[in-house]
Design a protein around this ligand. Structure first.
Ligand code: ADP
Ligand code: MG
Length: 681
């Protein structure tokens, strides 16, 4: 391209531009209206405007800082331009009588209205032509000024034969959605006409923007589908439960599986009977009983004589799963090894040996399961619990690591982050999904109450009665962001003051700074009822299961996100007894906090809460930023454009069936050569 040397090319690469047409896919963040000149007398502070006038006076002053003030007038009033950085040449160029046109945000200053560091240029006395289109503002990078980037994009628009930009989406799809063709959409978003409604553009509702959003969502969705396709192209072992362990396990349970659990298990069984790797996500609200489904899958793999690894996000959870699995599998004659940082070196060494020799078929642990020194003899199934801490790439890496003699392990991923179906289909298109949409019977819904901090004493008093009835409670300490250290310290202080206020109640504590063995001991004591009130930091957020705990108190609930509150609340209400969740808050509440507390009080339904969370915070928070490249969308917005998702899915099927050659190009255009492409590339 004319005017683009090596240095500039390198900067462009930083914003994802490697070929000329990539520049057109650098999309504006917002727009400014520089198509009209405002008269100074009519300016409104807080707006951005183009103003034209004659310089009355330019002077350099020292009011706190050296600065240049330039006063202009257009006959309707005066405006001050304030510069903190300026050259002598600039000062010379702004002599009395010079006509300039400037642009910037109008503010109130000490001498009336002013603009700090306006963009400006000199103009001739007769009216100079104004911008004919709204001015796009791009996200740029250091060393690549806004104006330069805008000029480059303009150059491409003027000079590139736009037919060179292939539209990879069939025209009939686009027109049936009432959206413009790609070339038109690109032309419009970079140069919206003067009469375009800037509010509509700011909201992202213009059909040209929707057209691009649709394409972007489609590209991401397809790239995830490609990942799944590739993953499923690898060979895997058919798991035949010759020893009938899965059935024996299910029969040994003190309860029947819910029909949703059975459905999920049927999906899993079908996957495991194929010679291609399973990549399945089990999505289900807290307490729906995902662990049992995972255990049945593990039993099946073990029953086929091969090995299973169950990976949990924290040591606490790994230990809990280990305890459960040991209790379930000992009667079936199966050993379960624990591999986590908390295991003493010697025990760990022997566990590793037993896993390497294949003597132990079931290994439970943290990510330590897949670190150096781990060697499975015949790993056939990897189960990942609480997937929301886990991204696409980590999943792919895990599959690679589990690979042995060219065979890849089956993968089962469990998440308690319920997200709406269409969103799940988009964000998790690299996975098959089973939903457990039913809680085990006999659960009494959790009652949630919101109480101001001032009434804390009454809440504390309630714990005494509860413990007398043989029940237990959690007390979750404030969410202090600074450090685990501070969080742990705060938890210790809270535990001490609660112990003092509650003589006769056994108060225990778990926090992130405790040694794993101490944490384990505390959790076990709570599970066995030796601890009645467990004070904790948010480490207990996921997965911990103590059915006898029926009260959860959360301090500073106003500072927590909806999904997090829902996960925490899910620690109670796991038995048949009625449970209560008390949300303590400190005034004053922000509007957002008020809405969050209202939402969590009004519903127990995780899917409903997820919907609300999406609305309040957007998908980045709910899905976690690393999870799905979807958090870094350029034009699309998963909440605003949710109505497009069903069409995205349909169109993806159409492209896969009838236009397979378009897919890679489309994915490259929007997703780029990102690392996530891994093996796909
Ligand atoms: P989560 O889906 O949150 O991981 P868990 O697997 O920890 O849920 O299960 C929550 C509780 O429900 C556990 O105590 C478990 O034993 C129990 N449970 C699971 N399935 C059933 C069922 N079908 N009937 C009754 N209780 C069940
Ligand atoms: Mg769980």
């Amino acid at each position: 391209m004319r005017g683009v040397g090596a240095a500039l090319a390198e900067k462009l690469l930083r914003i994802g531009v490697s070929q000329v047409q990539d520049l057109l896919f650098v999309l504006p963040l917002r727009y400014e209206d520089r198509t009209r000149v405002e008269s100074i007398g009519a300016l409104i502070p807080g707006t951005r405007a183009v103003v034209e006038g004659e310089v009355q006076l330019t002077e350099v002053t020292f009011r706190r800082r050296r600065q240049m003030l330039c006063r202009i007038s257009d006959g309707s009033g005066f405006l001050t331009l304030r510069f903190f950085y300026f050259s002598a040449a600039q000062q010379n160029g702004l002599q009395r009588g010079t006509r300039i046109r400037c642009f910037g945000e109008i503010r109130r200053g000490p001498f009336g209205l002013e603009i700090v560091h306006p963009e400006y240029r000199r103009v001739a006395a007769e009216p100079a032509p104004l911008e004919e289109t709204l001015t796009p503002i791009y996200s740029t990078t250091e060393g690549l000024p806004q104006g330069r980037l805008r000029a480059l994009i303009g150059q491409v628009l003027d000079e590139l034969d736009t037919t060179a930009i292939r539209d990879w989406i069939p025209a009939k799809v686009v027109s049936s959605l009432g959206l413009p063709p790609l070339q038109d959409a690109l032309g419009y978003v970079h140069r919206p006409p003067r009469e375009a409604e800037i509010e509509v553009l700011a909201a992202g509702f213009h059909p040209a923007q929707r057209r691009l959003a649709f394409e972007e969502l489609l590209a991401h969705h397809l790239s995830l589908k490609l990942i799944k396709h590739e993953a499923k192209a690898e060979p895997a072992t058919v798991l035949i439960d010759g020893e009938g362990l899965a059935d024996r396990f299910i029969e040994s349970l003190p309860f029947p599986l819910t029909s949703a659990q059975r459905r999920a298990l049927r999906d899993v069984d079908a996957d495991l009977s194929l010679n291609r790797p399973m990549v399945r996500l089990i999505q289900g609200d807290v307490g729906c009983g995902k662990t049992v489904v995972a255990a049945a899958a593990a039993a099946r793999a073990a029953g086929s004589g091969l090995q299973v690894a169950l990976m949990a996000p924290t040591e606490l959870l790994a230990e809990q799963h280990h305890r459960n699995f040991k209790a379930w599998f000992a009667p079936l004659g199966l050993d379960v090894a624990l591999v986590s940082g908390s295991v003493p070196a010697r025990t760990r060494k022997s566990a590793l040996e037993l896993i390497a020799s294949g003597e132990v078929r079931i290994a439970v642990g943290t990510h330590a399961l897949f670190q150096e020194g781990m060697d499975f003899k015949s790993l056939a199934l990897v189960i990942v619990d609480e997937q929301h801490r886990f991204g696409v790439q980590q999943r792919m890496r895990l599959q690679e690591k589990g690979q042995k003699d060219g065979r890849f392990p089956h993968q089962l991923i469990m998440t308690a982050t319920p997200i709406p179906r269409t969103l799940a289909m988009t964000a998790y298109a690299d996975l098959d999904i089973s939903v457990i949409d039913e809680l085990p019977p006999g659960r009494t819904p959790i009652k949630t109450v919101v109480i101001p901090e001032e009434k804390r004493a009454a809440v504390v008093a309630r714990i005494v009665g509860l413990c007398k009835e043989g029940r237990q409670a959690y007390w979750v300490c404030p969410l202090i962001e600074e450090s685990e250290e501070l969080r742990s310290q705060a938890a210790e202080e809270t535990a001490a003051s609660l112990a003092e206020a509650l003589p006769g109640v056994h108060v225990g504590i778990v926090h992130g700074r405790m040694k794993p063995a101490e944490k384990d001991a505390a959790m076990l004591a709570f599970k066995n009822g030796k601890i009645q009130l467990l004070v904790a930091t948010t480490v207990i957020e996921v997965g911990v299961d103590v059915p006898n705990a029926t009260l959860m108190v959360i301090e500073n609930a106003e500072r927590m996100g909806l999904a997090q509150l829902h996960q925490l609340r899910g620690r109670v209400g796991r038995g048949s007894e009625a449970s209560t969740c008390v949300l303590l808050y400190r005034s004053p509440l922000s509007q957002l906090a008020r809405e969050r507390l209202k939402a969590i009080r009004e519903t127990n339904d995780g899917f409903e809460i997820a919907r609300k969370d999406l609305e309040l915070r957007g998908p980045g928070e709910l899905l976690g930023t690393r999870q799905t490249g979807l958090a870094q969308l350029r034009v699309a917005d998963l909440v605003r454009d949710a109505d497009l998702l069903p069409h995205v899915h349909e169109t993806a099927e159409l492209l896969l069936a009838s236009y397979p050659d378009n897919i890679a190009a489309l994915a490259m255009r929007w997703v780029g050569t990102a690392e996530r492409y891994g093996r796909v590339g």
